[in-house]
Design a protein around this ligand. Structure first.
Ligand code: ZN
Length: 665
């Protein structure tokens, strides 16, 4: 379970961004669709036209390789997803009735939710969607479809999957004490119990191996005909072979246009991995990939993050193709070249600091395509590879995806959030002026320095914090970022031009952690997700520990709770104190202290405040979750079929894109 609990990688999820003003292109229409708790946006790919012809060809084939993996993820999320999507899309496309009919409207919304989640379970809460149309209505629509007779038995399971709330209820169940495999709907295991899986890996793992493979990363665990537990590999000739062959075909084409030998080697090693399923090869690929810092174009493609597996082993398929934003990357290069300074000045016990910080290469990127588990909902920062020993010996690459943060930013402009939730005009102005840059700097600091900082004392088990490991790791990285955002060093390094700029991020962070992130929680539920827990932990702890000095105030004005920060300097000191304690907990593996902090500050929700936040949000109609449609790349070819140019088009809508992906890939 190493990855689940140590959380080497991190997806700084999108909740961090709420409102502010960026360098938005006023004429670009960011808004695409809005339904239930979702808003779909589009993003720009600035500078694409300035790539060289070969870089454009490279992007073109890499984005094809990205789009071909879509169905792998759908199937990993639940074994009934693809068949169900097929039935729903058939009904949608063959429907001849009134498209304004309430049943059809409810059906359309449901299908939009399913598309967004890559399956029937909400991408964030993991709960199954509730259809607001009847099984009878759907069966009637299915019977109206002309063509081949349908398989009634197969359809019966689909109806059960859609309409029986207790069947495949949760995609990833994390409830302690239950069989997490049996009670989770994901498809990374089939017909096995948690105990069987754990015994299987316990027998397989060599605990003395200092460079272990990522066990189970590309496999489904099941039982063979003799009742023996086995792994089936995702590879050419194995599971998902038809899709993986298409991915490989496009990677082969991409490899012809690699920018340099190192990048070509990276692509070829990935191809070898897909062809063999050999996880040693995946590690070699990861090492070469981490070392390729010279190429402008870069990509993630494969079974990467393991949040979709309740045991945290199997990677969900994803891909992001991107290229470096040279101008903005000066920011992260300055940070990472000063990594040692930050480590030495951090407010933690010197015993817990790294004597030598391994260089984390950090850059700001422009996403060109989002796919698999990164689509439509996408991270804004990524730090890979995940294998701890590769990170320690070979370093890692950390990125901030700025055209995505820019799209969030632009789409939020004028949505009324600041007027509703930010207490006074002065603070609103500060957010207008500085939230975009400080939010991005927060992501940079969190990803490229925060996660990489600190060390464990000798002999401490990296998994000692168990189920609270992810929350505490995110807490540590956020505190590192918050603490240094207010440091004069950032002015000295030329990253900020105003000593008060950090206050914009402080205000928004506290507002989010104490109040506005509750928008994402259903009434009566606890906070579950690691990043949300971490924000609650930090903001509530700081509020409580600053109470004697009146550092942060929450007051009721006209029936609305308002946040007022009275002493920003003191708030920074509190962040430093908590960072020191969290680092101690991690370095010493103090599970008890970590558990106490999480349970005391990060889980429970005040029902009265919660209701108020939900009511206030309702008047604004701001979606708690956002995602994106991709641009469409078209290859312009000469008479011999050679690509002479690649064009980019932003006009495709959400439904059209989903139906086209299903038809073409
Ligand atoms: Zn993180």
């Amino acid at each position: 379970m190493s990855k689940l609990t140590t959380m080497a990688s991190c997806l700084a999820l999108t909740a961090a961004l709420t409102a502010c003003r960026g360098k938005a292109d006023e004429s670009f229409d960011y808004h695409v669709d809005r339904f239930e708790d979702i808003e779909v946006l589009r993003y720009q790919v600035p500078d694409f036209e300035n790539l060289t012809p070969d870089q454009k060809r490279l992007v073109y084939y890499l984005q094809e390789a990205a789009l071909w993996g879509r169905d792998i993820l759908w199937d990993q999320n639940c074994k009934y997803n693809l068949a169900t999507r097929g039935l729903l899309e058939d009904v949608y496309q063959n429907y001849n009735g009134d498209r304004e009919d309430p049943n059809f409207k409810a059906f359309e919304t449901y299908l939009k939710q399913v598309w967004f989640a890559n399956g029937l379970h909400h991408h964030y809460s993991m709960d199954k969607f509730t259809p607001r149309f009847s099984q009878e209505w759907l069966e009637t629509q299915v019977s109206n479809i002309e063509g081949e007779p349908r398989d009634a038995q197969a359809d019966a399971i689909i109806y059960k999957y859609i309409f029986d709330p207790s069947f495949m209820a949760k995609r990833v169940n994390q409830a302690a004490g239950e069989d997490l495999i049996v009670t989770s709907a994901m498809n990374m295991y089939d017909g096995v119990t948690q105990k069987q899986v754990e015994d299987y890996y316990a027998a397989l793992k060599d605990t003395t191996d200092l460079t272990p493979i990522s066990y189970g990363l590309n496999t489904r665990v099941t039982i063979d005909n003799d009742g023996k537990v086995i792994e089936q590999q995702y590879k050419v000739g194995g599971l998902y072979s038809d899709k993986i062959e298409k991915i490989v075909e496009n990677l082969q084409k991409a490899s012809q246009y690699a920018e340099n030998d190192n990048q070509r080697k990276t692509i070829n090693q990935l191809i070898d991995f897909y062809q063999t399923g050999d996880l040693k090869m995946f590690d070699e690929y990861s090492i070469t990939w981490a070392g390729d810092t010279a190429s402008r174009v870069d990509f993630i493609n494969g079974f990467i993050e393991s949040y979709g597996d309740p045991l945290g082993m199997t990677g969900s398929w994803e891909s992001i193709v991107n290229f470096k934003n040279n101008e903005a990357s000066e920011r992260t290069e300055v940070l990472s070249s000063n990594a040692q300074w930050f480590e030495e000045h951090s407010p933690v016990d010197p015993r817990f600091r790294k004597p030598h910080v391994k260089g984390v290469s950090a850059k700001v990127i422009t996403a060109a395509i989002l796919a698999g588990d990164s689509y439509p909902a996408t991270p804004i920062g990524i730090n890979l590879p995940n294998a701890n020993w590769i990170r320690a010996q070979h370093g890692s690459k950390s990125v901030t995806i700025e055209n995505i943060t820019q799209a969030y930013d632009a789409a939020a402009h004028g949505n009324g959030f600041n007027e509703e939730f930010v207490h006074d005009a002065e603070t609103r102005q500060l957010l207008d002026d500085y939230l975009f840059i400080t939010d991005n700097l927060h992501t940079d600091l969190h990803e490229c320095l925060g996660h990489g900082s600190g060390q464990l004392l000798p002999g401490v088990d990296p998994d000692a914090l168990k189920a609270h490991g992810s929350t505490l790791e995110e807490t540590r990285a956020d505190l590192f970022a918050l603490y240094y955002l207010a440091d004069p060093k950032l002015i000295e390094l030329g990253l900020l031009d105003n000593p008060d700029a950090y206050k914009a991020e402080y205000y928004k962070y506290m507002l989010n952690g104490l109040m506005t992130q509750l928008q994402r929680i259903e009434p009566g539920k606890d906070i579950e997700e690691a990043h949300m827990r971490n924000r609650a932990l930090i903001s509530r702890w700081a509020m409580e520990h600053g109470a004697a000095d009146n550092v942060v105030d929450m007051v009721k004005e006209n029936g609305k709770t308002q946040l007022i920060i009275n002493d920003y300097d003191k708030l920074r000191e509190l962040f430093g104190q908590l960072l020191s304690e969290i680092q101690r907990i991690k370095s010493e593996g103090d599970y008890k202290a970590g558990e106490t902090l999480v349970e005391q500050y990060a889980v429970k929700v005040d029902p009265e405040l919660h209701k108020e936040i939900l009511d206030r949000y309702a008047t604004l109609d701001i979606a708690p979750y956002k995602g994106f449609v991709n641009p469409v790349y078209k290859a312009v070819t000469d008479n011999d079929g050679n690509i002479t140019d690649v064009t980019i088009d932003y006009s495709e809508g959400y439904i059209d894109q989903m139906l086209r992906y299903s038809a073409e890939y």
